[in-house]
Structures are given as structure tokens and as C-alpha cells.
Design a protein around this ligand. Structure first.
Ligand SMILES: [Zn+2]
Length: 74
């Protein structure tokens, strides 16, 4: 049996404090009804270069991303 360590902070997708360090070291949301359990993990990978930082993400709703980054080239 393996115990997965919990991760401090909130899930960017469902805002719940349900993150844990899953298989392969990926931060995953434990909520069964989470719309995007890998949202936090995605932020830690390549998407961090394209979208907002984790701090920006937790400070703003996802709905604001499109407004902020629409029209901005790479
Ligand atoms: Zn979640």
C-alpha cells in the first residue's frame, strides 16, 4: 500500500484543498467531481510558459484568462 502525500494549496479548477502528490510526482486533485484534476499539475509544466503563473491563477478565475491573454502573441 502506498500513502500519497498531501499538497498545500487549492486546486485551480475546483478551489478545494484536495491536492495530493500522485503517481509519478504529479500534483492531482482528489475530488471525484473536479472538472480538471490535473489543472495544478499542468501549471507546473509547459503551460506555465503560455498562461498565467500559479499565483496569477489562484488570484483570478479561469474565466479571466481569456480576457487577459486573448490577442497576445507568444
Ligand atoms: Zn480540483
Amino acid at each position: 500500500m502506498t500513502a500519497f502525500p498531501t499538497v498545500q494549496g487549492r486546486c485551480p479548477a475546483c478551489r478545494a484543498t484536495s491536492l495530493f502528490l500522485g503517481d509519478g510526482g504529479h500534483v492531482t486533485c482528489a475530488r471525484i467531481d473536479c472538472p480538471d484534476p490535473s489543472a495544478a499539475d499542468d501549471l507546473l509544466h509547459s503551460k506555465a510558459h503560455d498562461g498565467p503563473s500559479v499565483i496569477e491563477c489562484t488570484a483570478n478565475d479561469r474565466a479571466h484568462w481569456n480576457d487577459k491573454y486573448a490577442g497576445e502573441g507568444p
